[in-house]
Structures are given as structure tokens and as C-alpha cells.
Design a protein around this ligand. Sequence first.
Ligand SMILES: [Zn+2]
Length: 160
Amino acid sequence: MAKYWWQCLSCGNRPAWLTVCHSRSIAAFIWDELAPSGWDQRLLRPKCKCRRNSLRITYRFRRGDPEKISINYIVGLGPDGDYLPMLWETFRHSRPRTPWIDFKYQKGRSPWGLTKRVVLEKVWLARLLRAYEHAAGVAIVTPPNAGLSGRTKARRTTLA
Ligand SMILES: [Zn+2]
């Protein structure tokens, strides 16, 4: 189980976990605070004592791994019963401009699934991607119709 902590990207401050949120673990934070908020992404960038909203949940892939990873966005579906599939956008501190997408799940407040392979109903994948696009304000999937009309437009232009 990875260890998660809050760390400021501006000043490096690492405040105690419970001084930043009300839940004892990341899984409890997601289950009891982030999901009920409607996945309010502002909860993932609280204010540091340096007055910047630069605190991020941070972790390592493996214990002892020198590379640190911070979380930009977390969106999830449901939950369906206690099964909560999620999409995380993260970045490695060595290449902060390169976002990574990480599919994860948890069961209730158990963090067990955070390190396991996620299995999704096909329609959930599209829903997760849409939730992510909404939260991050980016498009990662071109709607099929947009591509078609783009091609049609190009063809017309060529013919004209
Ligand atoms: Zn700070």
C-alpha cells in the first residue's frame, strides 16, 4: 500500500494529513469528501500556509522509489454499491508538464483496489472520460461526429 501525503508544490511544506482534510486515509477522503462533493476538484488543491492553493496529494509508486507523483484530478463514477471506479490525472515531479492517466478503483473506504487492475463496464469508460474532460476542461476524445464533419468540410474545401 502506497503512502499518501499532502505536499505543497510551491514551498515543499508537508502538513500532517489530518490538518488538511477530515478523513484519515486517501480512500476515506475520496469516499467521504470528494465523491459526495460531486468530485469538486478544488478539494484536491487546498491552500498551503504559503497562501497558494498548491497542496497536492503525493505518493510514490513503490516504497523507496525516488520518483514522487502528485495528483491533479480525480473523477469517479457512482459509486455502484461500494465499487467506485476512478480516473486519476497525475504527474511525476521529474516531468511536471506531462500528465499521466491512471484508472483505479476502491471498495468503500478500502484502499485495496488503488493498486489493482480496474475492470470497467464498457459504458463506464466513456462516462469516466467525459467526467474527466469536464473536470479538467480538456478534450481527450474527439466526438465521432466532429471528426466526420471535419473530414466532410475538408473534402468540400478541396472540391471547391
Ligand atoms: Zn506552500
